[in-house]
Design a protein around this ligand. Structure first.
Ligand code: TMP
Length: 220
């Protein structure tokens, strides 16, 4: 993800959490939001796909669609990017412009990893659509909660958001999730200053201490 002029366009600070299902990123995002709020910052805690009523509808479609018709990978990509446009324009950009810290559970790196790395859509199309949807909202800091897929699998099954409901991603095979992980790790290697690699195979409190220390130093 290119670092562009976004930082000159708004006063806020943009943090994203990335990683596989079951890595604990939602819990960590919430705890970090509580910490920064206690420090006196105004925080918007949000998630993707989703974050606005329309984007949440698209989230449901992308995650749970079921029928005789197969959802094509490009359809999935466009629905996710459509949700992102709504979310960025309605919530993220205004929050950053007003000086808030925005903490987002998943963002454009998930598209690079899932639709690019795992579904195999070409990187140029992903980069183009991500750029369009992000409207220069480039994360200042990204925590990648890294976890071997077999461990993430077991955890995700225990705490399914939609228990009993068909989930198009959680039902993918181990190979799919290995490709997701490798794609995330490749982004972390390309962009070490933005992305912090966090070993998520530890107890949640240890992980939180590490995340809090990094954010405490960097959030301005
Ligand atoms: P989660 O928030 O519970 O992890 O669920 C979101 C699902 O959507 C997850 O399985 C990953 C998937 N996803 C993508 O495939 N691409 C994306 O760009 C985003 C934001 C999520």
């Amino acid at each position: 993800m290119e670092n562009n002029t976004a930082k000159q366009r708004y006063k806020g600070f943009f943090i994203t959490f990335e990683g596989p299902e079951g890595s604990g990123k939602s819990t960590q995002a919430r705890k970090l939001a509580e910490f920064l709020t206690a420090k006196g910052r105004e925080v918007l805690l949000t998630r993707e796909p989703g974050g606005t009523p329309l984007a949440e509808l698209l989230r449901k479609l992308v995650k749970n669609f079921e029928g005789e018709e197969v959802m094509h990978a490009d359809t999935e990509l466009l629905l996710i990017e459509a949700a992102r446009v709504q979310h960025v324009q309605e919530k993220i950009l205004p929050a950053l412009q007003s000086g808030k810290v925005v903490i987002c559970d998943r963002f454009a790196d998930s598209t690079t990893a899932y639709q690019g790395g795992a579904r195999g859509i070409d990187p140029d199309s992903i980069a183009f659509l991500n750029r369009l949807a992000m409207a220069q909202c480039v994360p200042d800091l990204t925590f990648l909660l890294d976890l071997p897929p077999n461990i993430g699998f077991a955890r995700a099954n225990e705490r399914k958001e939609t228990k009993g409901e068909h989930d198009r991603f959680e039902e993918e095979q181990l190979n799919f999730h290995l490709r997701v992980r490798n794609a995330f790790l490749a982004i972390a290697e390309r962009e070490p200053s933005r992305m912090r690699l966090i070993n998520a195979d530890r107890d949640p409190d240890t992980i939180y201490q590490e995340i809090r220390a990094i954010a405490d130093k960097l959030v301005r």
